[in-house]
Write a protein that binds this ligand. Structure first.
Ligand code: BDR
Ligand code: CA
Length: 315
């Protein structure tokens, strides 16, 4: 079977960087382009980080386009420097990029690729949904030409990571998230309920550290990110939120999804940015999202470790 073509819209971000590596190490997918958005770090840092990762693995041919510099309505009041560092990729030790983003805006790049091959590209979004909402608003035909959309975002039963209810990517631009969820696109939402179970532990990181080329940088950034997890959760683990969304395209059987109605709280109260996952159809809204509610934990971990190992061996 031909590999699935992916456009990755992201805010690297340590787990976003691992998702890029997972895509590049997986024969089931082909990374057509990377687009960047403000989120974990500034747009400039996120764009530089995508380029740093591509140079690291010898893939400067993959186009990177910068997108939105702030959220649609209210600029987010916080980035995630506490988790990902001031550069967004602290601990990696990667040099500044020598390659540059393409001249096109992220929205234009996605639109051009989508219209050139309707039904071919899956858009995987692992940052705030600002670029995706802008695409839906500005280039509706191109948005409709995407095969499907897979988003890392939201939370239902386990609570949020930015407020008691809100997950970071949705919290950062709730209006954009709501626009995407109500767009009618075939959308899969991979939220904290499953991504908090998509973990690597200290032993996994020690194994990765031995990999050729990738080892030191990968272990360095994962350990940086892990410090925050130890502080928050008291365990030597590091969540792979964004890789799990990517893995849903590589192997859809890793996640159990339920088709149900999901809305975003775009109000200004304490639940702003929360995803209301109507698992039992209480609101009566039409199902609009494939909500991920279970994960084969061990199969995901093995897949991620194997693909990072294969990528390193091929460098
Ligand atoms: C999401 O927030 C970001 O910090 C991560 O990169 C991930 O996309 C998890 O809530
Ligand atoms: Ca991210």
């Amino acid at each position: 079977m031909a590999p699935a073509s992916i456009i990755l819209d992201c805010d690297p971000g340590i787990d976003d960087a691992v998702a890029i590596l997972l895509a590049l190490g997986s024969p089931e997918v082909q990374l057509a382009a990377i687009t960047t958005v403000v989120g974990n770090t500034s747009l400039a840092n996120a764009t530089a980080n995508a380029l740093r990762v591509l140079e690291w693995v010898g893939r400067p041919d993959i186009p990177v386009a910068a997108g939105a510099e702030r959220a649609l309505v209210h600029g987010a009041s916080r980035d995630a420097a506490d988790a990902h560092g001031e550069t967004g990729l602290d601990g990696s030790g990667l040099p500044a990029p020598t390659i540059s983003p393409v001249g096109e805006h992220a929205v234009e790049l996605i639109a051009r690729l989508a219209l050139a091959e309707p039904g071919r590209h899956t858009l995987v979004a692992t940052g705030p949904l600002t670029n995706v909402a802008l695409l839906a608003a500005l280039r509706p035909q191109a948005f409709a030409a995407l095969r499907r959309v897979v988003v890392m975002g939201g939370s239902a039963l386990g609570g949020g990571n930015m407020s008691p209810y809100a997950e970071f990517n949705v919290w950062s631009d709730p209006e954009a998230a709501e626009r995407v969820l109500q767009s009618g696109a075939d959308t899969t939402l991979v939220g904290l309920d499953v991504t908090r179970r998509a973990i690597l532990d200290g032993d996994d990181v020690a194994v990765l550290e031995q990999l050729p080329v990738l080892g030191p940088g990968l272990a360095g950034m994962l350990r940086f990110y892990m410090r925050k997890h130890i502080e928050w959760y008291g365990q030597e683990v590091v969540f792979q939120h964004d890789s799990l969304a990517l893995a849903q395209v590589i192997d859809p059987t890793l996640l159990t999804v339920v088709h149900c109605h999901v809305e975003v709280d775009t109000g200004s109260g304490p639940a702003r940015g929360a995803t209301l996952v109507d698992r039992h159809g209480v609101f009566g809204g039409a199902p609009n999202v494939h909500w991920a509610e279970d994960l084969d934990v061990e199969r995901f971990r093995s897949l991620l470790m194997a693909r990072l190992t294969a990528l390193a061996a091929a460098l």
